[in-house]
Design a binder for this molecule. Structure first.
Ligand code: TRP
Length: 332
């Protein structure tokens, strides 16, 4: 599973339900294509998920769904995909990091400040404060060199490097300090209802027409695209406005075309032609993924066994780092 020649990359993914075509075209598809260049660890971060209230059944479901969608998208089973809570070293190393982290560092995190500002300090759990220590443990347990994250996670990676360097300075170089791979999404897909905003799961919660989810059935995909925002022109003209541009971008990415080819194809065409071409394309890429997803989810026991197997193979790697740190601080 681990090959020392390839750089190790650690990805943490929240099991929060509902991956959309922005996630797929912007990130997942690229990971599938590039997976052989790296020694990848995909961690479904259920411990991070419970920093917010979760319905237990929904959390279990979302965890399996996420694993199934990644596998159905083409992440090879021999890549290490596992559930965070299956490897107890994450929680154990996080505790040590918490004890070595000044409270001020954590209180200054944007995510913590936003949440407390919105909900108040009495209504959110302390896990929201200590969240970055758990994330730092996730990454450094496996000596990961690279961490693909969005811009919103940059601060957490900086914290990871800071706490790693603090431990290294005190106890000798016992942790590998990771670097962020800030994802400048290959394709940034915008909301169908509002092409100024990046497609996001949270915006879709208030407006069902905002996003196409990877498990949406074909008729729903057609319906959402039929309602997608376009321009005030009678037909496709260039330069196109943001709504039309977004539809063209979805089409271009799916069909792997360049802009001149897309412009030639749609110049002067009615919006209905563009929308149905986009719908056909989206349905065509998602159909095999949905089919494999259903096959995988038809046997949850086998899926869980696979995830457990990966956790079992990773446990000794994680424990080696945990023990190094525990020994350094006098815990063993
Ligand atoms: N905090 C990340 C997010 O919200 C998820 C995450 C948890 C993560 N642990 C990680 C990402 C480790 C990268 C590495 O997206």
């Amino acid at each position: 599973m681990q090959s020392p020649e390839k750089p190790r990359v650690f990805s943490g993914i929240q099991p929060s339900g509902g991956l959309h075509i922005g996630n797929y075209l912007g990130a997942i598809r690229n990971w599938v294509r590039n997976q052989d260049q790296y020694d990848n660890i995909f961690c479904i971060v259920d411990l991070h998920a419970i920093t917010l209230p979760q319905d237990p059944a929904a959390l279990r479901e979302n965890t399996l769904d996420l694993a199934a969608i990644y596998l159905a998208s083409g992440i090879k089973p021999e890549q290490a995909m596992f559930i965070q809570s299956h490897v107890s070293a994450h929680a154990e190393l996080a505790w040590v990091f918490e004890c070595f982290t000044p409270i001020g560092w954590l209180e200054r995190m944007t995510q913590f400040k936003d949440r407390t500002a919105r909900q108040g300090r009495e209504r959110i759990g302390a896990g929201v404060l200590t969240y970055p220590s758990l994330m730092a443990a996730d990454i450094m347990l496996y000596d990961a060199e690279y961490v693909p994250v969005g811009e919103d996670q940059r601060q957490h990676i900086e914290y990871t490097r800071d706490i790693g360097q603090r431990i290294n300075q005190r106890y000798g170089n016992i942790l590998v300090i990771p670097e962020p791979l800030i994802q400048k999404a290959g394709a940034e897909i915008k909301g169908l209802d509002d092409p100024e905003k990046k497609m996001s799961k949270s915006l879709a919660a208030d407006s069902p027409g905002h996003a196409i989810f990877m498990l949406d059935p074909p008729d729903l995909i057609r319906k959402k695209l039929a309602r997608a925002q376009t321009d005030a022109e009678p037909a496709v003209r260039f330069p196109a406005g943001p709504g039309v541009r977004n539809l063209l971008e979805i089409y271009r990415t799916i069909k792997q075309l360049d802009w001149p080819a897309v412009e030639r194809e749609f110049e002067g065409k009615p919006y209905s032609a563009l929308k149905s071409a986009v719908a056909d394309g989206v349905i065509e890429v998602l159909a095999p993924i949905q089919q494999r997803y259903r096959e995988i989810r038809s046997d949850d026991a086998a899926l869980l066994e696979q995830l457990r197997g990966a956790a079992d193979r990773l446990t000794p790697v994680a424990n080696a780092t945990l023990h190094r740190v525990q020994e350094a601080v006098g815990l063993r």
